[in-house]
Ligand binder design. Sequence first.
Ligand code: C2O
Ligand code: CU
Ligand code: CU
Length: 488
Amino acid sequence: ASGVLVAVAFAACGFAGPGRVSTVGEVDFDTPLPIPPLAESTVDADGTRVFSLEAQSGTTEFVPGAASETWGFDGAYLGPTVVAERGERVRVDVANALDVPTTVHWHGMHLPAEMDGGPHQMVEPGETWAPEWTVDQQAATLWYHPHPHGETEQHVARGLAGLFLVRDDAEAALPLPREYGVDDLPVIVQDAAFTDDGRLEGAAQGFAGRLGDELIVNGALGPYAEVRDELVRLRLLNASTARTYAFGWGDGRPIEFIATDGGLLEASVDLDRIVLSPGERAEVLVRMSPGERVTLRSVMTPEAAGLQPAIGGMNGATDEFDVLELRAADALDPAPALPERLVEMPAVATDIAETRMFRLDGFQINGAAMRMDRIDHASTVDTTERWIVENTSSMPHSFHVHDTQFRVASIDGAPPPPELAGWKDTILARPGTEYALVMRFEDYADPDTPYMYHCHLLWHEDQGMMGQFAVVEPGQRATMTEETSHDH
Ligand code: C2O
Ligand code: CU
Ligand code: CU
């Protein structure tokens, strides 16, 4: 009986599940890694690159012969990878073929609030929503997923998610692997639970949300990827609804970390592990030797989640998952050496126009639950703000801000570690820890339509651990028009 209690406590604290603790080799790695197709596009007469995505329902066999009901974009599970160049005008025709309303949010994208795809831009069944904007940010691994208020966890867990890659000249000038699906591999990681006969089912509910005991990578269980290049780039996305990972290599070689949520770091950093909470991305490089096999694994410890070793009986709870096996060909294409400096990283801005406090506690932010008809604050366009995010709860959260990429100025007053020294839109907020984030809201002012900030543990978001802010012209106030204040 005490074993059961311990398992429940693990699930409740949010970083460990009651499920399998694997060892190397426990996952068979017998499925080729699926690569989401690249989204097709056409270019309009006015130069706009037009994509289309259709949210649809279907069935997926994660286990051969066992069909699960899933949702996806242009398919039964996940969605195509959208690629756009910095400076390009893009439009995405988002059609909803589900029988419930949904939205598509462009996570990490700088764009007008009306195009953001948050809970105010619902797409009704049978309707099409056609946001357009000019991509203007550095090359990065962004993603898209639904954001219907109170329903986001369910929509994402059923499979609605995809990557949105931004390319630019600075990244293109570097000798980095960038052949999509060949030496530049998307790795979309989700945890899930299955019935004994292999059908997807709702994972166990804890305080963090639902934690599954199996990993789905690009929609596959136990995948391997064959590579024929010495240097391989992985774009890791934690698309899980609640689980945080600490990715590393099974043989102990360092993780060569090159990019955060918002783009390249100034220089690559060698890490034992890279911790990614829900919503975060990382680009990493791995150097392969001919014929070798190397396993990407997650080993998440209580310390990595910021938990005191003895809180609530969770002492020693570490969960481990095999993620992906890379198999190198016997002859590999050589890789050119990388320059020491990848991109220019400006110093964190100090021209702070406003400092705001965000206290995370009780599935609320600043003691209030999200309301569709309340804009919590207005930020002035083209000014710099400092957001102090303090997690006063006893559990980890994941703090995400729409529209912008921020810099971490300090964590409990100290400079951030190198892996948090780049552009971020989502950050693991450890319990009892204070983060100073510096950000600018540029270009787009709209007093009527808010952007969101929220916990990216999606069940927390759905519970109302979210707030709304508008970006306004100097002196302007945020308003709520009838059109944007209806609750769904
Ligand atoms: Cu990835 Cu507001 O979300
Ligand atoms: Cu977002
Ligand atoms: Cu949370």
